[in-house]
Design a protein around this ligand. Sequence first.
Ligand code: FES
Length: 75
Amino acid sequence: MEKKSYSPIQVALEKDKRYAWCTCSHSNNQPFCDGSHRAHNATPSMGFSVEENKEAYLCTCKRTSNPPYCDGSHK
Ligand code: FES
C-alpha cells in the first residue's frame, strides 16, 4: 500500500475563487476534495476563499487547528 505523505502542499490561491478543502483524507487530489468522502461516508469538504491572490501551504494531515492552512501539527 502506498504510504501517504502528510506534508502540507503549496498552492497558488486566487482571489475570490471558491475552494473545497478535503477534511477526510480520502481525496486523491489533495489538498482539495474530489468527492471521495461520499463513498467513505466521511466528513464533507470545507469551503473557503481568499481575499487576495496568495501562495499558501494547505494541510494534508487534517490535524491543523487552523484549517485549511498548515499549522505544523503534522510533525
Ligand atoms: S474527499 Fe475528503 S472531503 Fe471530500
